[in-house]
Design a protein around this ligand. Structure first.
Ligand code: NAD
Length: 389
């Protein structure tokens, strides 16, 4: 058994529970993990959530005050899975206490808060990780290898989307994601962050953007505190104003010279979980969609055979990164939850090897710089350069 490492999780909603059960899976899926996670303490402002998670996942103790997690000497890593308005205060306190920080995206309410958290982590000299989990899809890692090997040539076009319908029903409740005070940015922080991080990983830095936004559904039924998720539907109660954006679109230019577009929306009808990329290079192309996350459509000009001049469909399999840790079969599916197990394993490896975990705060700041340029473009109506934040 490898050396133990103490884990504290703050915010026991969807993500907090997923982080906890992903750690339970690490020793099973990755027997070579250099550290053995021990679930020390979980916290939620609602006692029933804290106690419920303690009972389900076997945390040593539970709390309603997140400061009990920071103050617990047995905790080495603090996971921040609260609404975005708490990321800055908790991450700063955790870093100052010498704890490694895993913060869910978008890391704070806005790029300014992301930069503050990055500075706190840097000054404390602790490690960090950010929940850009879609990087870890085995066929996406395979796509990156194919690009890095030069098989599709120089990337000329990149189209990234995250089209979701979680708020498409006007009676989807006004949970924290729709409230600027708690969430900060709307779709720009929530889902554009995933789109930009994916583009950065596959096609390199974005250098300039021109962007627009819209809030299509302006009022929603008030949420019940401590109940439900952002998929909850309610009707008949009082309506409250939505105070951040539903939609963001942008034309983008990459440092490499590639041109492209990003489009994200949380209220689009028909789409369910449309995180996608389409990439064209000088000698090939590829298409991927989260709704069929185990498949990569790949076109390679190198075949030079007119009969085979078309896309081939690669299926996830044990020869792809991390797939064999979940099952030994070609074409058998990897799930969303598995990505979180990979994420925890990769974070533990980086901590054990004393090197910065990727994606960490540095990658979140790079995403934040693009978001900030988009936000400036909403005001100026012009192209804006991506500058350091
Ligand atoms: P959620 O609403 O399901 O859970 C948030 C939890 O935090 C709730 O249980 C709430 O009671 C708790 N909380 C609120 N205030 C608190 C306080 N003061 N102290 C302790 N607990 C408190 O939200 P979620 O969907 O799990 O999102 C949480 C974070 O994870 C957000 O930053 C979100 O952007 C991110 N997220 C990431 C992904 C991904 O794919 N990486 C997916 C969903 C959410």
């Amino acid at each position: 058994m490898s050396k133990p490492i103490g884990i504290g999780v703050i915010g026991m909603g969807w993500m907090g529970e997923l982080h906890a059960r992903s750690y339970q899976q690490v020793p099973v899926r990755f027997p070579d993990a250099p550290l053995t996670p021990e679930l020390v303490i979980c916290a939620d402002e609602f006692e029933k959530r804290a106690l419920g998670s303690q009972a389900k996942y076997g945390f040593g103790t539970a709390a309603t005050n997140w400061r009990d997690v920071i103050g617990n000497d047995a905790v080495d890593v603090v996971h921040i899975t609260t609404p975005n308005n708490l990321h800055l205060e908790i991450a700063t306190a955790a870093a100052e206490a010498g704890k490694h920080v895993f913060c869910e995206k978008p890391v704070g309410r806005n790029p300014g808060e992301t930069a503050q958290i990055a500075a706190a982590v840097r000054e404390a000299g602790v490690n960090s990780h950010v929940g850009f989990n879609y990087r870890w899809v085995p066929v996406v890692q395979k796509a990156k290898q194919i690009i890095d090997e030069g098989r599709i040539g120089d990337i000329t076009h990149y189209r990234g989307q995250f089209l979701e319908g979680y708020g498409a029903n006007p009676n989807a409740m006004l949970t924290w994601r729709f409230a600027e005070e708690e969430s900060g940015l709307g779709a720009l922080g929530d889902i554009m962050s995933h789109t930009v991080d994916m583009a950065h990983m596959l096609a390199g830095p974005v250098t300039r953007v021109v962007s627009q936004k819209e809030t299509f559904i302006k009022e929603r039924p008030a949420a019940v505190p401590g109940e439900g998720t952002h998929y909850s539907i309610g009707a008949g109660g009082p309506l409250e104003k939505v105070s951040n954006e539903d939609y963001v679109g942008a034309l983008v230019q990459f440092e490499s010279g590639a041109r492209g577009s990003f489009e994200v929306c949380r209220v689009v009808v028909g789409e369910k979980l449309g995180l996608r990329f389409q990439i064209n290079g000088t000698t090939g192309a590829m298409h991927w969609s989260l709704e069929r996350m185990n498949e990569l459509d790949l076109y390679l000009l190198e075949t030079e055979d007119p009969v085979r001049d078309g896309y081939i469909n690669l299926r996830s399999g044990p020869e792809m990164p991390h797939h064999a840790n979940f099952n030994p079969a070609q074409g058998l599916q990897i799930s969303y939850d598995d990505l979180k197990v990979i994420e925890m394993y990769e974070f533990l490896r980086a901590i054990a090897e004393d090197r910065p975990s990727v994606p960490g705060l540095a990658e979140a700041v790079a995403v934040g710089a693009v978001a900030e340029a988009m936000r400036r473009s909403w005001e100026s109506g012009h192209w804006e350069a991506v500058t350091p934040i």
